[in-house]
Each structure stands twice: as structure tokens, then as C-alpha cells.
Design a protein around this ligand. Structure first.
Ligand SMILES: Nc1ncnc2c1ncn2[C@@H]1O[C@H](COP(=O)(O)OP(=O)(O)OP(=O)(O)O)[C@@H](O)[C@H]1O
Length: 278
């Protein structure tokens, strides 16, 4: 088993590095120190495919997301919701992208990947936890104080639970968080994102193993602690996006509707259904 780890490290060391920025003779742009201080996102005629030779899975998107806006993203499976996030993180080579994404008026293809990715936070569907202490899982680079760690645990309503553990912040977490519930894992990931204070947060709503009560806590925490952030949420449940400012409906890579939740639900008559697709 340990040799498998050595083999993986060897393989990763020889992976070709990702293209760092633009190419095509474009000049690298330096981001201002506070960038992005507004958190606006603009997609201009944006198309995305996973690899050369495949069809585009996002097609000619035009979308202006405002500072501090809460935007829900819905659509059937395969509609392109996750691809939108991959585009924001620049997970594919530039040759597979048409159009541009601007964050606070800066074209994201003209900054380094490190600049881009260090300013975006994601709360993934499957929370990622490592074997190590809770503190390490909250703050792997040791950038924050214990007080700040406790404060975010309070924000996500885990302070009491951690207090009850004999080691407090030093409590051990198993790989993948196997000694915690799915909801606790999700809340720890949210706490990590609160610490980082990114202006833009991407949330891929968890669909599995979260009970109704924990889901409600997660929604409350997100609504309360991320008021000043721009939030894009891929939603699988109606209640998650009901309080958004707007909802975007994707279908086969196109934006087919964008409106307030009330309008969208009325139009699609989703209101009576708890789960509306998948
Ligand atoms: N790594 C990949 N390589 C090639 N095609 C992919 C890859 N990931 C997704 N796709 C394809 O891209 C399209 C959009 O997928 P995407 O994951 O963005 O949809 P989604 O709306 O997030 O779906 P879901 O709700 O099921 O997560 C689909 O047709 C899918 O098959």
C-alpha cells in the first residue's frame, strides 16, 4: 500500500504542468492588491469543452453576476452546471475555451492560475478532509490563530461539539472524515471557507447523507456568514435556491432562463416539488 503512494507521487511529479496563463501572445496582468474586492463575474460569449474534439458543454454564455449576488444554478443532469465551475477555475486548456470570463473586470485567462485559484473558494458536494487534526483541516497552512479557528467553529455551530472532545482543536480526523457525520464534514469545509474570506464562493450542494436538520443549519450558516460574498450555488433541492437573488437555468450548455426564484418556480411549476430533477 505504501508503495502505491510512492508510485502516485512519482507519477504526479512528472505530470506536464498546467498552462499558467493566456498564451496566444497575451500579456500577463497583475491583479490589484485587493482583487477581487467586489466579486463581480461576467461571462462574455463563453463556451467550454472538456477536450479537443469533444462538443462544447457550455455554449455562448452571456451572464453578468453582480457584487454580493446570490445566484442559484439549476438544470438537468449533464446541463453544464459543474462545467461552469470548472471554467471559473480554468480546469481546461485555453484552446478549448471561447469567449471570456471577467472577475472584477479582469480577464481570468490573463492572470496566473495561482492568482486565480487562491481567490476562489469552493464548497464541494463531497467534502474533502485529510487525516490529521481538526486544526490542520481548518487551516492547513497555519495562517490563522486558534481564536480565529474557534470563531469559525462557532459560526458553523460546531464549537460545542469540538469543546466536548478531549483534544479540542487537536482532535484527530480520519481520512475522508470517516469518524464524523456527513453533515459535520460539510460544516468543517464551510468553516475552512469562512476562514479564507474569499469574495467569491462556489457551492456544489451536497445531495447525499445530509439530514433535513443539518441541511437547514448549513443553509442558515451560508445565509448569515456569506452576506458580503458573491455566491454561486449549484442546487439540487428547491429550498437551497429559494432565497437566491436570481436563478439561472441551464439546458444542454445554454442559459435558457434567468430570473427571480418566484418567477422561475412559477414558470416551471417546480414549487410543489421538493426535488425537481435527477
Ligand atoms: N471530464 C469530462 N470529460 C468529458 N466530458 C465531460 C467530463 N465531465 C463532464 N462531461 C460532460 O459534460 C457535460 C456537462 O456535464 P456537467 O458535469 O457540467 O453537468 P451537470 O449539469 O453538472 O450535471 P450533474 O447535475 O449530473 O452533476 C455532460 O454531457 C458530461 O457528460
Amino acid at each position: 500500500m505504501l508503495m502505491t503512494s510512492a508510485e502516485r507521487i512519482h507519477e504526479y511529479s512528472f505530470l506536464p504542468p498546467e498552462e499558467d496563463f493566456g498564451g496566444n501572445g497575451q500579456r500577463l496582468v497583475n491583479t490589484p492588491p485587493q482583487w477581487p474586492n467586489l466579486g463581480t463575474i461576467q461571462f462574455h460569449n463563453y463556451s467550454f469543452r472538456h477536450r479537443t474534439g469533444l462538443d462544447s458543454v457550455l455554449r455562448g454564455l452571456n451572464l453578468h453576476i453582480r457584487s454580493r449576488e446570490k445566484l442559484g444554478i439549476i438544470g438537468r443532469t449533464g446541463a453544464g452546471k459543474s462545467s461552469l465551475f470548472k471554467g471559473l477555475f480554468r480546469f481546461v486548456h485555453r484552446s478549448n475555451i471561447d469567449g471570456t470570463i471577467l472577475i472584477d473586470d479582469i480577464d481570468i485567462s490573463r492572470i496566473t492560475l495561482a492568482q486565480l485559484r487562491s481567490h476562489l473558494s469552493v464548497i464541494p458536494q463531497q467534502p474533502i478532509l485529510f487525516s490529521g487534526t481538526l486544526r490542520y483541516n481548518l487551516d492547513p497552512c497555519h495562517l490563522y490563530s486558534d481564536e480565529q479557528c474557534w470563531a469559525v467553529l462557532e459560526d458553523v455551530q460546531l464549537k460545542q461539539f469540538v469543546h466536548e472532545q478531549s483534544n479540542g482543536l487537536e482532535m484527530m480526523i480520519n481520512e475522508g472524515g470517516s469518524n464524523l457525520s456527513a453533515g459535520q464534514c460539510q460544516l468543517i469545509c464551510i468553516a475552512r471557507v469562512i476562514l479564507k474570506k474569499s469574495k467569491i464562493i462556489l457551492i456544489d450542494e451536497a445531495t447525499a447523507n445530509i439530514d433535513y436538520k443539518t441541511d437547514e443549519i448549513i443553509q442558515q450558516v451560508i445565509a448569515k456568514t456569506f452576506q458580503d460574498q458573491t455566491i454561486l450555488t449549484i442546487a439540487h433541492r428547491l429550498n437551497t435556491v429559494a432565497r437566491s437573488d436570481r436563478i439561472v437555468v441551464l439546458d444542454k450548455g445554454f442559459i435558457v432562463n434567468i430570473d427571480t426564484p418566484a418567477q422561475i418556480f412559477e414558470q416551471y411549476q417546480y414549487a410543489s416539488k421538493k426535488r425537481f430533477y435527477n
